[in-house]
Design a protein around this ligand. Structure first.
Ligand code: B12
Ligand code: SF4
Length: 497
């Protein structure tokens, strides 16, 4: 490791634009620390459970790319699904150049710091929000390399075979306005197709405690100040100047749950209506939707709302998912949003312990009658430390071995215990293209059973794409445009040798 004046940190990231890394990069750059990114789109590998097909040569190739950039620190952002991929790369980097420090952070590192540090290729780890912990780590680099043991809030590192740092004392930024604007160029330079739509964050955290979500664990562990907002004016200023710089035509609010504070939301949306009115997407909770909020969103030019429904069995929703939502409330929220002409995607989970075929068919009937624009089906994925993972273990649904696999990210995209509902899954994705009477017939006759198709592209990707082609206000159009741009770009650089 060099004692050179300007330190450099290289991120490796493997899927989509990460605002978390862009915020860290902005803070580091402001302190004259060089940042860079190697970005590979690997979602096909971990989302479709094929990361075990990644060959050793793949890890070696990326490791060589990393070594060529010669960073002081390799920074890895870990999700459970991507843990093993990142560990494979780090292992190869360490073989080629043990001097490069491997610094890990992200959700998985924060959930399981000891387990992550038990991997020999990891030198240091960040728990919690990493902007200022990373800065302090980089600033203390020379001290650490000279064998000293400075104390860095939010960071635990290895020094002469022992761990230095406090696993329970970490940073959660109370004042989001004190953070600089995210360094968008970190990702845009690596993949210019991302510029077609702008990811922005108004808040961090969520007051709900859904059992499959990280927020359940977070709020049980720490104080109640988990939900924080940026000031509306600052977000609007960011968007106005970003629009000039990048000329995107769609905004994605990546807030975990939009509209939690009605006063803040109405102020923000009025400003947005006045200054921007660029089509946008938000994620909401059904209990938060009111006619007033929907009117404000419509006025601000909201095109797309993703709303978590997840289950229509009220008992399961309450006792297993820890979501306290009544069916009538969901129906009302669908009606409020659809009557304003906003595209509505309802998210639904398959494979919840305790749910059976009858529940799934009832849910399909419900969606058929109330008609959101589309339903997005997710097969339940068990993540470490989530209430539902523990619950599944307690009822014998998951074994201790399963839990270990989950914690080591060895079951990419999760252990799926209930995969027998493919016929129903098909109709969850396709009912939107058929009249209500036809779907009623499909359900009643049991014909849905004939459509047991497992192929993701047929069951999910194709109907999504079709909906996007048929509907202007479907944000997946932007996503598709991006994929096409990427493919064309790849073709341009394609060479038979
Ligand atoms: C927005 C979002 C998305 C967006 C954008 C994701 C992205 N790249 O940022 C989209 C829709 C693309 C997405 C996709 C997925 N997501 Co998502 N997503 C979120 C959400 C709601 C917010 C993320 C966010 O922006 N947080 C705010 C930023 C500031 O925090 P952050 O990214 O965690 O980064 C901070 C710290 O973690 C830390 N940090 C992070 N990395 C590093 C690295 C270093 C070196 C250091 C020092 C620090 C550090 O510092 C950052 C700044 O403070 C979270 C929920 C949550 N509470 O985190 C789920 C969440 C992260 N997603 C999750 C999942 C499962 C996925 C998918 C795998 C789903 C799928 N099967 O396709 C994909 C994976 C995509 C990917 N690789 O990014 C899970 C992860 C669970 C787990 N145990 O791993 C979460 C936690 C939701 C949940 N179920 O609880 N997601
Ligand atoms: S509402 Fe969404 S972000 Fe909030 S706890 Fe539930 S799943 Fe997580």
């Amino acid at each position: 490791m060099s004692g050179k004046a300007q330190k450099s940190l290289l991120f490796f990231y493997n899927d989509y634009e990460s605002l978390g890394l862009e915020y860290i990069s902005a803070v580091l750059k402001a302190s004259n620390i060089k940042t860079d990114l190697i970005y590979k789109n690997l979602i096909d590998y971990y989302a479709f459970d094929s990361s075990k097909n990644l060959k050793e040569e793949f890890y070696k190739k990326i490791a060589r790319e990393i070594i060529e950039r010669n960073p002081d620190v390799l920074a890895l952002s870990l999700l459970t699904d991507t843990f093993q991929i990142n560990m494979g790369i780090a292992r190869e980097v360490k073989k080629l150049n043990p001097e490069i420090k491997v610094f890990a952070g992200g959700v998985h590192a924060s959930l399981l710091p000891e387990l992550t540090l038990s991997y020999p290729q990891v030198d240091a780890l960040c728990i919690g929000e990493g902007e200022y912990s990373s800065l302090a780590y980089m600033e203390n680099m020379d001290l650490i390399n000279s064998g000293k043991t400075p104390c860095i809030k939010g960071v635990v590192y290895k020094q002469k075979g022992r761990l230095v740092g406090n696993l329970t004392d970490y940073i959660i930024n109370e004042d989001l306005d004190s953070l600089p604007i995210a360094d968008k160029d970190l990702f845009y330079n690596a993949d210019p197709s991302m510029k077609s739509h702008y990811f922005v964050q108004c808040s961090r955290g969520c007051p709900f405690v859904c059992s499959y979500c990280i927020n359940d664990f977070r709020s049980s562990k720490v104080d109640g100040k988990r939900f924080r907002h940026r000031t509306p004016e600052r977000i609007i200023d960011e968007l106005v100047s970003a629009k000039e710089k990048y000329s995107f035509s769609f905004v994605v609010f990546v807030d975990e749950c939009f509209g939690i504070d009605p006063k803040w939301t109405s102020h923000f949306l009025s400003l947005y209506t006045e200054k921007l009115r660029i089509p946008f997407l938000v994620s909401v909770h059904p209990n938060l939707i009111t006619p007033q909020l929907a009117d404000l969103m419509k006025e601000a030019n909201c095109w797309y709302i993703a709303m978590g429904v997840q289950s229509l069995n009220e008992e399961i929703s309450k006792n297993v998912l820890k979501r306290f939502i009544r069916r009538e409330r969901i129906a009302k929220s669908i009606e409020i949003i659809r009557s304003r002409g906003i595209t509505l995607q309802c998210d639904h989970i398959f494979g919840i312990p305790g749910e059976n075929e009858k529940d799934m068919l009832e849910a399909l009937s419900f969606y058929n009658e109330h008609r959101p624009s589309l339903v997005s089906v997710y097969w339940l994925t068990y993540y470490p430390k989530a209430f539902i993972t523990n619950y599944a273990k307690n009822i014998g649904f998951l074994s201790q071995r399963d839990i270990e696999d989950i914690e080591h990210g060895r079951s990419a995209s999760g252990i799926k215990k209930v995969i027998k509902y493919h016929g129903i899954n098909f109709w969850f994705n396709y009912f939107i293209f058929f009249p209500k009477w036809f779907i009623r017939l499909i359900i009643k006759s049991g014909f849905y059973y004939l459509f047991k198709i497992k192929n993701f592209y047929i069951t999910s990707a194709f109907p999504r794409a079709l909906h996007a082609i048929l509907h202007k206000k479907d944000w997946n159009r932007y996503y598709m445009k991006r994929i096409i741009m990427k493919k064309l770009n790849n073709l341009r650089f394609w060479s038979p040798s």
